[in-house]
Write a protein that binds this ligand. Structure first.
Ligand code: ADP
Ligand code: ZN
Ligand code: ZN
Length: 731
């Protein structure tokens, strides 16, 4: 007889906790329960049952309450999360709760309280084409149009106050229990005349996948930027929806994905929701509940959207699968692409990984025969691929980092009525402030890194810990006031271009310029008006957004990436280059890409430019194979940081000894370290790491499973900050 309930709690201990059932009914696995824990009450998840406990009954407290009658997780998700807790060595309680909206973690009821669909009324419909209404109340009018196009939808896309206003005016009405879009409606969408005719490659990709919709496969869709991957997704989505199933579309970043979302909304008359970090807790809960009850059938979202509780998931699509933002960088460090693949396997459904620049890991898996390959080699709609050019910077005079050759290209393209995109991956005015008399450089002492000078706010900012320091008038060493900046950031580039091109609007798009809500959307809207202008951007601009009126893209300074201490730098540079190059131009306006460098003969650059990304990745994969680096070897990094450097080192030495003591084993891990992290100090903390590696992922996993408990039990483990990162993408 079940008397003990074993509960996963959101605490940093990888064990289940026993509670007495008392005379309550047995809760289902996957339901929430409230339990006493120390002096607090916590909400946990029922993970297992037992007939007896190892502890004496007197020490086992009773459950306080059972919050759910039904499990909050489908079988496929339940299995996935259990697997992930072991794979990433993260407590099951924390993993399970990370997959739930915060409101549920806090104990809110997991049931729908409000009616969540809206419909346009005949009166509302009559105002759709009223230009006076659209002028006087543009937001209301846009919301009305959206509702009309979607027939019925849940209100994440439209703000509540606007809906209330529309309702008060009798233009929309709330409806209850509206059945979801029927395949019929989708069919009529499919026959719409406006659908582009698929290219042969697109058609073949769609056909291949749609013949295998009911089984697990990983499809790697490699398509140059603008080759029509999104169009392929759209056709597949329509087919899966027509089967009455649901879809998750993962994207790296929502702010630059609005083009895609608009396209989805225009094309598919189904309730969809956008899952992003800007949602409130109650919106997240509503979205979760609506997905669970199939009131929405398509979710577009970032990383954690992969946990959307669709009961009948039909496909997962991971767009820009190479993007680093899919890896969570703190807490539970999971990889959303990798977990999506596992979820798809558990669900028995296909998953599509799309990218113009697939990650080396994915290409490796393709070579291993684990993935299936699909290619889109041509740009859709007849757009030509861009012309490429290298400018050798050696010995050339520069204006704000631009050679005179580049400047004359910029003039030409602007004069032809086109837009120019300048790419510089460094925010701020200048990365260094230097004393001209003695060479002293202003640095953040907490990080041992130079301050970046920000002109707009007249401050020195540390890009590593976020600290801001007021501008220093004098050298801290010699007292000289002759302080100069060294190096160019986006802010300085912008100011220089304003002087050089006084008639031309300049848009700088980086984390500083887009901090205010709506700023990015306004900038993108101006850019899409198509008038001549210069766009300055950091790597933000390389994600998912097309700029059809840009005909010249220039990368100003890439040399640091060619000689980085991080072995992944070359791969990232190639992805960045290929991505930004592909965001420009259209059929009637072919693009041009310029790369400025001091090392035009660098073999990686030569391969990339002359032979393209696929040849480049072959070369880099071969280098990684010879150097025994991932993906040929599996990595896990144990990060340790402390205000006292020695403590972090000692902890890692103790961990190392743990693994080495068992030297009798035939197949030891290869250990490297302790060594300083790439960023050896941040915000006062000294950062060290120990690399655990093995050619066999299984061996690495096995040993982590064996020894992780011993690591937790080390005396120093409580005195420093530490974390394990399995399959790290940084460090
Ligand atoms: P990707 O997602 O690969 O970057 P998109 O699907 O966004 O490419 O397509 C790029 C552009 O080409 C879009 O403007 C899209 O409308 C257009 N397009 C896509 N497929 C076709 C097609 N078969 N015929 C004409 N235009 C197309
Ligand atoms: Zn000085
Ligand atoms: Zn700092």
């Amino acid at each position: 007889m079940i008397t003990i309930i074993r509960v996963a709690l959101p605490v940093p201990l990888a064990v289940l906790f026993d509670y007495q059932l008392g005379n309550q009914p047995v809760p289902v696995k996957g339901a929430r329960v409230k339990v006493p824990f120390g002096s607090r009450n916590l909400i946990g998840i029922v993970a297992d049952y037992a007939e007896s406990s190892e502890l004496p009954l007197t020490q086992i407290k009773p459950l306080l309450a059972i919050l759910d009658q039904q499990a909050l997780f489908s079988e496929a998700l339940w299995k996935l999360l259990h697997w992930a807790a072991i794979y990433y060595q993260y407590p099951l309680g924390e993993v399970l709760q990370a997959a739930l909206p915060k409101a549920l973690r806090q104990g809110k009821a997991a049931s729908i309280t409000s009616s969540i669909q809206w419909q346009i009324t005949p009166l509302g419909r009559s105002l759709l084409d009223c230009s006076r209404y659209s002028r006087q109340a543009p937001k209301q009018h846009a919301a009305l149009r959206q509702l009309y196009q979607q027939n019925a939808l849940i209100p994440y896309a439209i703000k509540q106050p606007i809906l209330r206003t529309l309702q008060a005016k009798g233009l929309v009405q709330a409806i209850q229990n509206q059945p979801i879009a029927t395949p019929d409606r989708l069919l009529c969408q499919q026959t719409e005349k406006l659908l582009p005719i698929l290219t042969a490659e697109q058609q073949s990709a769609v056909t291949s996948i749609s013949q295998q919709l009911n089984r697990f496969d990983v499809w790697l869709l490699q398509g140059v930027t603008g080759s029509g991957k999104t169009e392929v997704y759209l056709r597949l989505i329509a087919q899966v929806l027509a089967q009455g199933k649901q879809i998750i579309l993962l994207v790296p970043e929502i702010s630059l994905t609005h083009q895609t979302i608009d396209r989805l909304q225009r094309r598919l008359s189904v309730p969809l929701a956008v899952h992003h970090s800007g949602l409130s807790n109650s919106e997240r809960l509503e979205l979760w509940l609506a997905a669970q009850s199939e009131q929405i059938v398509l979710v577009v979202g970032t990383r954690s959207a992969l946990f959307t509780p669709f009961p009948n998931l039909g496909m997962i699509i991971v767009d820009e699968e190479h993007d680093r933002s899919y890896k969570q960088q703190n807490g539970w460090r999971y990889h959303a692409r990798d977990l999506s693949i596992l979820r798809a396997r558990n669900e028995g459904i296909p998953i599509v990984l799309g990218s113009a620049t697939p990650a080396l890991e994915s290409l490796y898996n393709l070579h291993q025969g684990k993935y299936r390959s699909l290619w889109l080699t041509q740009r859709a709609g007849g757009a030509k691929s861009a012309k490429q050019q290298l400018i050798d910077l050696k010995g050339k005079p520069l204006t704000a980092g631009m050679s005179s050759e580049l400047l004359s290209h910029i003039h030409q393209h602007l004069q032809a009525g086109n837009q120019v995109l300048l790419f510089l991956n460094r925010r701020g005015y200048a990365p260094t402030l230097l004393c001209h008399d003695c060479g002293w450089i202003a640095a953040c002492l907490r990080c041992d890194r130079y301050y970046t000078f920000h002109h707009h706010i007249q401050k020195l900012c540390c890009h590593h810990c976020g600290k801001q320091h007021s501008l220093i008038p004098q050298c801290a060493t010699c007292g000289s006031t002759h302080l100069i900046t060294l190096g160019i950031g986006t802010e300085q580039l912008e100011l220089a271009l304003r002087l050089l091109l006084p008639q031309i609007p300049i848009q700088r798009i980086d984390r500083d310029s887009t901090r205010l809500k709506g700023a990015l959307a306004r900038q993108l809207a101006t850019i899409h008006q198509g008038t001549p202008q210069v766009l300055i951007g950091t790597q933000m601009l390389a994600k998912g957004h097309h700029f059809p009126d840009v005909t010249l893209v220039a990368l100003l300074d890439i040399d640091a990436a060619l000689f980085s201490a991080d072995y992944r730098a070359a791969e990232r540079l190639a992805q960045l280059y290929t991505q930004v190059a592909g965001r420009a131009g259209r059929a009637s306006k072919p693009g041009e890409v310029i790369l400025q460098t001091h090392h035009p003969q660098h073999p990686l650059l030569q391969t990339l430019l002359l032979q393209g990304y696929p040849a480049f990745t072959e070369q880099v994969l071969e280098e990684r194979r010879q150097a025994l680096l991932p993906p040929y070897v599996s990595h896990a990094i144990l990060f340790a940081e402390s205000l006292q450097s020695q403590r972090a080192i000692d902890f890692l030495i103790a961990v190392r000894q743990l693994f080495e003591k068992t030297a009798s084993q035939a197949n030891p891990l290869w250990l490297l370290g302790p060594m300083p992290s790439l960023q050896a100090k941040r915000a006062g903390y000294f950062r060290w790491q120990l690399l655990l590696q093995h050619p066999s992922r299984e061996t690495l996993q096995q040993q982590l499973r064996l020894y992780f408990r011993n690591i937790i039990a080390l005396p120093l483990a409580r005195k420093i900050k530490w974390a394990l990162d399995v399959d790290p993408v940084e460090g």
